[in-house]
Design a protein around this ligand. Structure first.
Ligand code: SAM
Length: 288
């Protein structure tokens, strides 16, 4: 086991170089969207790496953080390690029983207050104007069915000079962008874009069991249906200053293109190839 770990560590620079060379073939995407970085798969882009990136743009220590769509709170601890003054976290769904336990645990371990509450991000009346230093969201923006109202509300509570960090994905037009297609079979990765309404509903019936937690996304239509450039334009329209921008190129889209060229060609009739390839975006912006 130790030997294997050493081999993996030794191979890392080779893999790193390989991905850099490979990603060079996507230089047009990099230029078009002014990405600072492009990743192939999740490597180099985990929670910890993303928190560090935010910290490089704006020091997290002693700041008030607002975590949007925190779910059960899996993304909170990553931020606590940077010693913020306080964390306020909320979700559309109520996870009170879990939040209560986590709040106590975090306070004992980090001596930092974490306040959880249930709310829709488009109505945060509990929070006053310009009281937040950093707004953070992981895997939420692609699930907002009224992203314009949410962005306005988050901008209201964010201080001028504050930072909005959002990592989002899978994006709807990429492989598995409906969080279901292609989970089991690669050929089904773009079912949400290739099937007609009736066929897609039958696909959902077969693949989405009654107790599957993903049901809520379909039940409440929690998808923003935005394309890569639309997310970026929304931030620019609100006068945000771009501090950092990156994306993940989907290995699964590349695999699909190789294995199913006919279906891929069909996808290109209605979609820009960038949107099929870009599975995830990270945007770090400063409020003007
Ligand atoms: C994919 S989960 C991500 C959870 C968590 N951020 C994480 O990374 O583990 C998306 C979350 O966004 C929440 N969400 C969707 N729309 C929302 C809204 N309008 N206001 C607040 N939360 C929302 C969902 O309830 C869900 O918990």
């Amino acid at each position: 086991m130790i030997f294997l770990k050493k081999v993996v560590r030794l191979m890392h620079p080779v893999y790193f170089l390989y991905t850099k060379i490979f990603l060079y073939s996507y230089k047009n995407i990099i230029r078009k969207y002014s990405f600072n970085e492009v990743f192939l798969g999740q490597r180099g882009n985990n929670y910890n790496a993303r928190c560090k990136r935010v910290d490089r743009c704006k020091k997290i220590k002693d700041q008030v953080l607002l975590i949007v769509g925190c779910g059960e709170g899996a993304d909170i601890e990553g931020w606590l390690k940077f010693k913020p003054k306080k964390i306020i976290a909320f979700d559309l769904m109520n996870y009170d029983h879990i939040w209560k336990v986590k709040k106590e645990f975090f306070f004992k371990k980090y001596n930092i207050e974490v306040d959880f509450f249930q709310a829709n991000a488009d109505d945060l009346t509990l929070l006053q104007d310009q009281t937040i230093d950093i707004v953070c969201s992981d895997a939420v923006f692609q699930h907002l069915n009224d992203i314009d109202s949410v962005l306005l509300e988050l901008t209201r509570v964010l201080k001028s000079g504050g930072v909005m960090y959002s990592a989002m994905g899978p994006l709807y037009y990429s492989f598995g962008g409906d969080i279901l297609s292609g989970n089991n079979i690669m050929s089904e990765g773009f079912n949400h874009l290739l099937l007609n309404r009736e066929e897609y509903n039958s696909f959902l019936d077969v693949n989405l069991k009654k107790d599957d937690p993903r049901n809520m996304y379909f039940q409440y239509d929690l998808f923003s249906y935005l394309r890569t450039d639309e997310y970026i334009k929304k931030m620019t329209k609100l006068n945000y200053i771009n501090l950092y921008r990156s994306c993940i190129v989907s290995k699964r889209t590349i695999g699909f293109k190789k294995c199913f060229p006919g279906a891929y060609k069909k996808l290109l009739n209605n979609n820009n190839e960038d949107d099929l390839l870009i599975e995830s975006l990270t945007l770090i912006n400063e409020k003007y």
